[in-house]
Ligand binder design. Sequence first.
Ligand SMILES: [Zn+2]
Length: 405
Amino acid sequence: MDYIPPITLPYGKEYHLFLSFCNEDEEIAFPLLMELEEKYRLKCLYHIRDFIPGVSVTENILNGIEKSMKIVYLISQKFKENFMCKEEILYGITASHKQCENSMIPFLLEKIDMPRELQSINYVDATLEGIDVTKKIYEVCVFGATSNCILPNVIPFQELCNGTILRVFKRSQTWKWGIPVIRFSEDKEMRKNISDEDRSRKIDQLCRLLLEDLNSSIFTTRYFMHSSEFSYRAAGLFLLGLPSFAVLPLLLYLIIVRTITEETLIGLCCTLVGVPVIAVCIAYGVAWYRNLNQDGGDLETITWKYLTDNYQTLKILLLLRSTKEVVVLNYDTEECKKFCIFALKRKMIDEDEIEREAEKMVLDFIDGNRRALADWSGLPEFKYNRHNTYAQKKCICQCLESKLF
Ligand SMILES: [Zn+2]
């Protein structure tokens, strides 16, 4: 048999597994316990053997779950009907939230529906043939929370979830003396009221400053340089204007000299045709080039600075959707950061370093996915919702899971 390395217990834990089952299933639970303990050297809390006499059952369960890395639930019809077993599921959910990671491993013994609370978690199906169930349990203990087995969807519904749009600022355009003038202003219809008045006021204050900066940016003040529409108009002006300017000297010449040779006439005709053609080519070229450069780099710089200065205190993400729109999203990155810290503790020791690394990971993700976050629909979807994100999209820590584990 291959050497199976024992798993070191994390700080504060005394057992690898808490076995949750009803007494009717003891015949299945006991052999499982033996194999887990002997073959995989996993320390299991087996209530019939390990509960402390003289202490209430509830306290025994709570202590046991708290001291265990994972809880294995042996799900059968009898288990579903048992009051204490139901309690053990609820305690497992609480424990998972405390340690920011799913610690529950459902184990289906019969072909029945999973208890509602466990339905969003991947389970080990012991009814299927050819499955090495103990090996699966061991692997969960080694690799911890993997992307298909983390937290169940037990976060209560909140009106303002991560990703909800709070404010939208749109660009509007007017023409002044034939030159396009743009301004950013808030789209009041898209405004979402926030019940926390203090926070709402602070966000509005911030938005006022942002608007001032956006409206005095180089992109805004020199917008005509980026406007292809303006370039086309200028081209039109050249097209119509230049021939008439070219015709004027010709008329003057004819009036003064009154005689005209064939060569001069040909030369003048060439000028009449050639000048506008060249002018149009130049104007279209300029328009095309301006259009290419319509990236609003300084708008990006402004919004990014506001985001990094305020995302932690105001729990918002301020993002440039396109050069036409800036959105303010409700987003509490603190929760995702906490999860990153928890995961990084498996690899790093220094607490300050972990904190810095977690913060960097979150901010780097936002930086690398600014457009996707601003559009929101561009983010990947997922079946469970760890941090209550809008439209069932993955939250930041879920997107970072592959890097964390
Ligand atoms: Zn998250």
